[in-house]
Design a protein around this ligand. Sequence first.
Ligand code: TYD
Ligand code: MG
Length: 458
Amino acid sequence: MAEKVKSMYVCSECGMESARWYGRCPSCGEWNTLHEELRQPVAHSAVPAAGRATVQRLSTLVPEGELRSETGLHELDRVLGGGIVKGGLMLIGGDPGIGKSTLLLQICRHLGQDKKILYVSGEESQRQIKLRADRLGVDNDNVYLLCETDVGTILQQVEAEKPDLLIVDSIQTVSLSNVASSPGSVTQVRESANAIMHAVKGADIPTFIVGHVNKDGAIAGPKVMEHIVDCVLYFEGDRNNSYRILRCIKNRYGSTNEIGVFEMADDGLHEVDNPSQLMLSGRQENVSGTCVVATMEGTRPILAEVQGLASPSGLANPRRMATGFDNYRLSLLLAVLEKRAGYFFSTLDTYVNVVGGLRLDEPAVDLAVAIALITSLKDTVADSRTVAFGEIGLAGEIRAVSNIQARVNEAARLGFRRAIVPFDNLKGLKKTADFEIVGVKTVREAYAAAVPAEAKKA
Ligand code: TYD
Ligand code: MG
């Protein structure tokens, strides 16, 4: 018992530590993720001492003047809750090549006009970064570059240069020389992030840290990092199309529901002011198996097309697959449709896809998914100028959702003429002459309202 542990096995997926090796992590169940790491006390010699702490009465504290600075990218500012907070530590995660370095260099273009920025890269050479900066039009004198992977050296430079903003690209490439583990290992990532945190918090320097994601899409060394930083942002998108979505999953200074939408072009990332229009571009009208939903992303309503496909299956257990929608929720909806509304999917392979790379987690999307699936099943066409939203309960009832007026307004703004909404939401909705609102109580009613041919039959 009292024996000193010299090495530990650490799971690279969930950060679990164990004294012995397992082929499968007992904590997260991933295979082959336990790696040996040497344990020794870590001396934070590179960390400058923070000021002496004193206890103060909360009510007498006066927040300093302007705490936030805008990045010049409104979509990023929105996600951060209004700009970069002084002393804030922000983690940006995303697949390789999604555009994290590009986004951060673009921030330099605007902020570099009156702020000193230190961009530390452990991934690219100065020449590579210079070429990219030229392409992105970053040419002000306040942006400094450091290609270095040793955290001690980096923090020395930070102390010497005292930048107004620090960017570390990426946490997996930097390492502390007094920690034995290799760069990118859980211990190294945690200790490096801790050292950076201590240094920049002491000096009140806002800092962006880039983190790579592992095969499940979580930031490598994930949990340890997420506790250390103030904001966790994910940069997502399909590499086959040019749209990128910046999503906030933790924010100590604002809401976490906001998303920012960008488009990757030859000259860098462009902000998308009108995401609904983008999500609906290329939509085919008069085909079966599609329905438009008005969903809320934070405070902003966005229209998105949901596609459903039901086709005969040769399998004993037919396939259920969803992209941009929760798989379990799909199984549950299919069970409700079958049991409560009499639409039979049990011998069919069923697929759901949200067009444009959005991930819709909100229950209000249920109704659009159901309509897309039923129209595919029946080979009918839902009216292309109609949006639908509402949560489907286990009894097959359509339940009220929030922010109904904002959703309806967005649909009307984009030229839609009708909305199928939960009946309980009708109260308090403003009626307008050129926009029809249909309140429904059951899935069958909703389907009849969505498909004009069906309504005529009834
Ligand atoms: P990058 O920012 O290097 O990704 P990350 O840092 O997340 O790994 O983005 C690289 C990709 O972006 C690459 O595939 C090329 C593309 N890109 C453009 O399409 N236009 C541009 O102006 C830039 C700078 C990159
Ligand atoms: Mg990069």
